[in-house]
Design a protein around this ligand. Sequence first.
Ligand code: GLN
Length: 232
Amino acid sequence: KKIKPKKDVYVVASDSAFAPFEYKDSDGEYKGIDVDLLKRIAELQGFNIEFKFIGFSSAMQALESGQADGMIAGMTITDERKANYDFSDPYFQSGIQLAVAKDNKDIKHYKDLKGKTVGAKVGTESADFLEAHKKEYGYTIKSFDAADQLYDALKVGSIDAMMDDYPVIGYAVKQGQELKTPIKREVGGEYGFAVKKGQNPELSAMFTEGLKELKQTGEYDKIIDRYIGSDS
Ligand code: GLN
């Protein structure tokens, strides 16, 4: 089913670094699962997009202020967010996980985080999880705007642990980052394409329709495999 776009160009906000969903490659181009999915869906459904890779919480703000029409950023569909955003059908099953330096020996359970500093990116599911369990486990939270700062902080030891979506940690490990995940991941939500509540309904509808088509033709699996091999 084809839906008619109502705008000449839809501005879509995204994260600045969330590999393998969106990241700037060595050739200076943004690549990733979110980028490829949305580009193909726009082709299939016949609408134009302009990406803005501005960071996760900035993307949410851009959507709220109307500077962006839509958002794709490995964004988890949660009941809380549904109060402010309308989501497409889900396109990826995810979850969050704690990561520590590869040579860390003393963090094996959440209770080992007592007195430690744990990092997360502002506005994320991980940040919310850490906030909700702060009293119980007695750690301090350090917030970061972007993933590179978060991962660097763990590397240099200015934080003891960090929390992020597990496929993103998994990708970092595959890229040779010295991390490990001592605790089982939290059963997590699914990613969706978001619009501001009540705004641009045709845009999320076109995403859902295009996604259906990509799943039927097998192209969805090809895009996922391009970034997350079957061995991961
Ligand atoms: N999935 C997480 C969330 O929605 C993290 C997304 C991100 O950092 N880009 O909060």
